[in-house]
Write a protein that binds this ligand. Structure first.
Ligand code: FAD
Length: 197
């Protein structure tokens, strides 16, 4: 049986599932942890061999093979989320949360936010994502603290600080995934004041 919580063949040498399939704590493929393209490949490898190499469309899945051979797969918004759709929605929520955080929070508001993010980091459905997020939050320079003092950056002291913290957290994931960093000077425009409306 696959190791509980393992990241699929690449990390474990487990041959049962193709590379890219992330396993959940129960040893079964974890949909919220896996890219839709890998998930669909898995479904097709067991049901319809070869189907993913051509251009196919059905109600929920569109697969396009570019002339370069590169495969793009998109899932309808009515399907359960893959790791990317879940991530986009989660970041929308998290940045909007920081955009609505008070400019001068009370001790209770700081404490609530620290508690919420601690639980978010435990409960986020993509467990590999959650594990790395907790590891990032645990670093001394990123730690959220309610009282003053300590080595942290007083990240909960204002909306400005907290928005920057969230932007840095997101950039840590961007970097891990090989994406470009977002310019954190623009976080508030992107998530609170932008688009001229
Ligand atoms: P997203 O990265 O989701 O960004 C959405 C929008 O946010 C962008 O279009 C941009 O306008 C804006 N944005 C981008 N960067 C920033 C920033 N730094 N600050 C403010 N705004 C920004 N996926 C994995 O495959 N592996 C992981 O380990 C993983 N860990 C994650 C951990 C957490 C806590 C979360 C919430 C998500 C994680 N994800 C992970 C999902 C991943 O971060 C992306 O959401 C997903 O890959 C989709 O990316 P995207 O390019 O569509 O845009």
């Amino acid at each position: 049986a696959p190791a509980a919580g393992s990241r699929g063949q690449g990390a474990t040498g487990n041959q049962k599932y193709p590379k890219g399939i992330v396993l959940g704590k129960d040893g079964k493929p974890c949909r919220s942890c896996t890219d839709a393209a890998d998930w669909i490949r898995l479904a097709r490898s067991s049901n319809k061999p070869g189907a993913s190499t051509t251009h196919t469309t059905n109600t929920n899945v569109t697969t396009i093979t570019a002339p370069t051979g590169q495969l793009t797969t998109t899932l309808s918004e009515e399907c359960p989320p893959d790791v990317q759709a879940l991530g986009r929605s989660a970041w929308t929520f998290l940045h909007t949360l920081s955009a609505n955080y008070p400019k001068n929070p009370t001790q209770e508001e700081k404490s609530d936010m620290k508690q919420f993010l601690g639980l978010f980091g435990k409960l986020y459905p993509c467990w590999v994502c959650a594990e790395d997020f907790r590891e990032w939050m645990d670093r001394p320079e990123n730690k959220l603290q309610v009282g003053s003092g300590g080595k942290g950056g007083n990240w909960l002291n204002s909306r400005e600080r907290f928005g920057l913290w969230m932007c840095m957290a997101h950039n840590a994931v961007n970097t891990k995934l090989g994406k470009a960093e977002f310019d954190c000077r623009k976080w508030e425009e992107r998530w609170r004041t932008g688009c001229g409306v």
